[in-house]
Design a protein around this ligand. Structure first.
Ligand SMILES: C[S@@+](CC[C@H](N)C(=O)[O-])C[C@H]1O[C@@H](n2cnc3c(N)ncnc32)[C@H](O)[C@@H]1O
Length: 271
């Protein structure tokens, strides 16, 4: 049902845009491709009802860093209709501009991007970057430490926070990679038209320490098995909104997933 409602959201945006004869379905980090499959099935079903000459083309573009998952996504999408084309890109930088209006989905993508953390030292009253070091007792082990002085990331990123953001906090996080991806999405919308739906674990700047490691759906120590666990951090939606506003893209307030799904009619919908 989740993917179907994402498909319904795209069709709603397509209708508001005047039902263009082709559009881009862009997804960042499509995982196994199941969300895309469900969303595209719903789009096809709805297009059959509302697209008068049934000729609307859907140009699917997946931005996926993992070759293994790209293959999986291709298998998941294997049985699509003749009005769908699909292309894969390893990173957003390699995706060419298009004439199509762009509707994009990022579901649990931004929380997978790297972050920097900074700690406030009560004694020195200074913010310092949290970095990874080898444990002096057991050189095989890693540990988090606070940088002894300013790091390039501290110099570049801490000025993003104003005094109100930092007031009373012990730790703050920022994800430059998220800002860059968001900038790229917004610039694409400015050039091609369209909209983007970002769904993720997140907050509006009030949370302090959200970095977590998961293995087999269980919370684990982040540094115990580097390369072997999923690392995630909650998305700071206020940072993404600042990027969108700077570029001139309207960014709505974040709402809960529950509210979004109810707004899309989850309680009544049957496609
Ligand atoms: C948690 S999964 C997302 C799940 C998926 N969207 C879904 O709805 O099931 C994160 C996805 O983002 C991809 N990814 C992570 N970093 C990426 C990057 N820098 N560029 C492109 N894809 C990335 C991962 O390989 C994976 O497909």
């Amino acid at each position: 049902m989740f993917g179907e409602l994402i498909g319904a959201w795209i069709l709603q945006e397509w209708t508001i845009a005047g039902k263009p004869k082709s559009f881009e379905y862009l997804e960042l980090g499509p995982g196994r491709g199941t969300l895309a499959k469900d969303a595209l099935n719903a789009i096809q079903t709805l297009l059959n009802k509302v697209d008068d000459d049934k000729k609307t083309m859907i140009n699917v573009k997946f931005v996926e860093v993992s070759p293994v998952l790209s293959k999986k996504q291709a298998e998941t999408l294997a049985s699509n209709g003749s009005n769908i084309s699909a292309e894969w890109y390893r990173s957003f930088e390699t995706l060419p501009e298009s004439e199509d209006i762009s509707f994009s989905i990022c579901n649990e993508f931004f929380d997978a991007l790297p972050i920097h953390q900074f700690d406030f030292n009560e004694n020195t009253r200074q913010w310092r970057e949290v970095i990874v070091d080898t444990d002096p007792v057991d050189k095989e082990k890693l540990r988090f430490v606070t940088a002894p002085g300013d790091t390039p990331a501290a110099k570049a990123l801490l000025p993003m926070f104003d005094n109100d953001d930092l007031e009373g906090k012990r730790r703050v996080e920022v994800s430059p990679s998220s800002l860059i991806h968001c900038q790229w999405l917004c610039e694409r919308i400015m050039k091609q038209g369209g909209s983007s739906l970002i769904i993720d674990y997140g907050h509006e700047g009030q949370k302090e320490d959200t970095l977590r490691g998961f293995k087999n759906h269980k919370l684990v120590e982040i540094l115990d098995n580097p390369g072997d666990i999923d690392i995630t951090a909650d998305v700071n939606f206020s940072h993404l909104r600042s990027v969108a506003e700077a570029i001139g893209v309207d960014a709505s307030e974040s709402i809960t997933q529950d509210a979004f799904l109810k707004n899309m009619g989850i309680e009544t919908r049957s496609i």
